[in-house]
Design a binder for this molecule. Structure first.
Ligand code: ADP
Ligand code: MG
Length: 723
């Protein structure tokens, strides 16, 4: 029986995957080949049906019932030509993971064979049993039945496996009575309200051509890759996605040599494979690079409409996990897989755009365009200021707690970074006085031009949670494992609320007084909301003190977030914009509590188990080895030197301390039982997290003392530095 260490070393052998046919089938050729995209629709649908479907998908409207059978027919034909045997309605229940149930196309034809059945009705609507998905207590109210409804803004695609292929139809998941049971539905609703309000504002600026405004999303996805064999020997990673034990490696990220470093062969092979998989699925993977931490990487796609971008991010995360295994790697999407090493986020790049192609957060070249830009900018910063808590709550969760506010960028305090030039323009707007960027005169909205924004000055601050980066905002507090839907739903809704106020205000202005009214409104808004602007170092203690003085909220962890979530004003906001009803909104908070408790219970139990079954025995073995060796000296007539006795004492004491810490974790876990998730959540935060940390601290100390060969878990230095 090999020892633990040797077992790890031996298991590292791997096969080199077959090289891809990238020359015969280059990226531009395979892009979208598994998607029922525009080209496929054109080919498989009649001209008339194609046109009608296109109108629907463009506007994100429900599909015209009269064409559903023909669309299903074309889709089926396309799918069967790709060897597809099954179809599935794909959705994102409140687990935050994707869900799918496959049905074959085949039905017995009565002659012992099968016929292929796929109707418009099957395409549009599915009926999975909703009772096993989290519903936050709404299940009793709404029955168990749930419907999946095709979201035509997200095209069907094919999941290809070695032994077959499945037609996958992205859907929204709602209850029998229409309540949202998923992540997608509220996002679609928030896009609607934002469009309505943004069009009102655009109209005031004389824009009558845009018929729809949509938000855009470009999520930069950070992740870790470790060797699969190490992963398999880490029950903590398997159970919770993060290491619950592990002493800091003697080399960490201090050399700053990983960020943008040359990509190692094995990693690049994975990235290339991943990119091609994503391209086939029509996901515009664009950038790949090494990140700050060792074994940490990033994938950034080109931005898309929010709902499609959010779907694509889900598919990308699934694909990363899958493709990594093919390379004998495991992709870790947890926000903090390794303590003491940078965590992973998802920089959520967000903007608003018209269907005529105008990015509303792009400063523009004319005075008129600039005034309009400032209006949309103001709506955004006003929203972030007034609803900073909601944004913070939207990114909360037990895994992101290790990142936000835990001495790592960005902090839990939500502020807005505008960059030097815009800061200056804000001062001008507020005071009506010229400043350095106005070239002498007073800047008058709609009359004088903003100086062209220097993009370099907008992208310098890497510590801000909400930064303007030239033509979009980058919301950096989103966790790497989190779906993008909810953070963007909140963002869209709060900005829609401010656009609504802006339109309400400006629609009152007499014709000819528009510029004056706009200037006045923006002046008031800058005055009121400038407390949210911050350009300094968001890590610093000064900022913590300063932001408290300014009255900015600082919700430190998930428990504080969930406790603050149920304010009436928030319920009213979501109701006003028809994004969520009171019941739907409260269900989400309830699910947040349940998830918090469940995840921490897994982590607590895993800590106890690994501590008892793996680490404590290793410590005892080493203790015995030391004792034996001392006894051997004694029986040979040699007085054991004090230093040796000291080592034995140290090991004995730490082993005892580990056992004591495990006992106290066990008794604290017993106290966490109960039915009230809020109360349980507090117990986990106040008792279990410190108890887990108590166990870990001693275990990690023992890791530094116990003979390497006896240590049962792969170490940080192995997992992070073996490429
Ligand atoms: P950086 O690391 O400097 O932030 P990247 O190029 O890695 O830059 O990421 C920029 C991200 O922002 C990309 O995903 C890109 O598609 C996205 N993005 C660019 N313009 C917009 C926009 N108008 N709306 C939403 N996302 C955008
Ligand atoms: Mg970025």
């Amino acid at each position: 029986m090999p020892t633990a260490r040797k077992r790890i070393a031996v298991s590292l052998e791997r096969e080199i995957p077959e090289p891809e046919e990238y020359k015969n089938n280059p990226g531009q050729k395979i892009f979208g080949s598994l998607v029922f995209n525009d080209a496929a629709q054109k080919q498989y649908l009649s001209k008339d049906v194609y046109k009608k479907l296109r109108a629907t998908t463009r506007r994100g409207e429900p599909i015209d019932a009269s064409i559903s059978n023909q669309v299903a027919q074309g889709l089926q034909e396309w799918a069967l030509e790709h060897g597809v045997s099954h179809y599935t309605h794909w959705f994102i229940p409140m687990t935050g993971l994707t869900a799918e149930k496959h049905d074959s196309f085949f039905e017995p034809n009565g002659d012992g064979g099968v016929s292929v059945e796929f109707s418009g009705k099957t395409l549009i609507k599915g009926e999975p049993d909703a009772s096993s998905f989290p519903s936050g207590g709404t299940r009793t109210t709404f029955e168990a039945r749930g419907y999946t409804v095709w979201d035509p803004s997200s095209p069907p695609y094919i999941q290809e496996e070695v032994n077959g292929a499945t037609l996958t139809i992205p859907t929204a998941f709602v209850s029998y009575t229409g309540e949202a049971l998923d992540h997608k539905t509220p996002l679609l609703r928030s896009c609607e309200t934002l469009s309505t309000q943004a069009l009102r504002v655009l109209k005031l600026f004389g824009n009558d051509t845009a018929t729809h405004v949509f938000t855009t999303l470009g999520p930069e996805q950070e992740y870790f890759l470790i060797d699969r064999k190490y992963y398999e020997l880490r029950p903590d990673l398997i159970a919770s996605g993060r290491t619950l034990f592990g002493a800091p490696p003697f080399r960490g990220q201090e050399l700053e040599d990983h960020y943008f470093g040359a990509i190692r062969e094995r990693i690049l092979a994975f990235m290339m494979d991943l990119d091609r998989e994503l391209w086939r699925l029509g996901i515009p993977a664009k950038t790949r690079h090494n990140e700050v931490a060792p074994a940490q990487f990033e994938l950034a796609p080109m931005f898309e409409k929010s709902s499609l971008g959010a779907d694509h991010n889900m598919i990308a995360m699934e694909t990363m996990r899958r493709v990594a295994l093919r390379h004998d790697l495991v992709c870790l999407l947890h926000e903090k897989p390794f303590a003491g090493i940078n965590g992973s986020g998802k920089h959520n790049n967000w903007s608003m755009s018209t269907d005529t192609g105008e990015n509303l957060l792009d400063p523009g070249k004319t005075p008129h365009a600039n005034a309009q830009f400032l209006a949309f900018l103001a709506a955004t910063f006003a929203a972030v200021d007034d609803y900073a808590e909601l944004l913070r709550i939207a990114v909360s969760g037990p895994s992101n707690d290790h990142r936000l506010g835990a001495n790592e960028a960005p902090p839990a305090i939500i502020s807005v970074f505008l960059g030097e030039q815009l800061d200056d323009i804000m001062v001008q707007l507020e005071t009506g006085q010229p400043t350095k960027s106005s070239g002498g005169g007073v800047m008058e909205l709609g009359v004088s031009t903003l100086p062209p924004l220097n993009k370099d000055t907008t992208d310098r601050n890497r510590t801000s949670p909400f930064a303007f980066t030239g033509n979009r905002f980058e919301f950096r507090a989103v966790g790497s494992s989190a779906p993008c839907y909810w953070p963007n739903t909140v963002l869209n809704t709060i900005v829609a609320e401010k656009l609504k106020l802006l339109a309400d205000e400006l629609e009152k202005a007499k014709p000819g007084d528009f510029n004056k009214a706009l200037t006045e409104t923006l002046r008031t808004w800058v005055k009121k909301h400038k407390k949210v602007f911050f350009s300094g170092n968001n890590y610093s203690a000064e900022w913590h003190a300063e932001s408290a003085k300014r009255g900015l909220p600082n919700l430190k962890d998930t428990v504080e977030c969930l406790s603050a979530a149920t304010k009436e004003a928030y319920v009213a906001l979501f109701e006003r914009h028809k994004v969520l009803s009171k019941i739907e909104y409260e269900a989400r908070t309830e699910i947040g509590w349940e998830r918090y408790v469940k995840i921490l219970n897994i982590e607590g139990t895993a800590t106890l188990d690994i501590g008892m079954n793996q680490i404590l025995p290793a410590a005892f073995t080493y203790q015995k080895a030391l004792a034996d060796s001392i006894n051997a000296l004694k029986s040979a007539g040699v007085e054991p030197p004090a230093a040796q006795l000291d080592l034995l004492k140290t090991v004995a004491n730490k082993t005892a301390a580990l056992k004591t810490a495990l006992d106290s974790l066990e008794s604290d876990l017993a106290k966490s039982n109960g039915t009230d998730a809020h109360h349980q959540g507090e117990t986990f935060r106040n008792l279990i997290i410190p108890a887990m940390l108590g166990v870990r601290t001693i275990a990690d100390e023992l890791e530094g003392i116990v003979e390497d060969d006896l240590w049962p878990l792969p170490k940080y230095r192995e997992m992070l530095f073996q490429y």
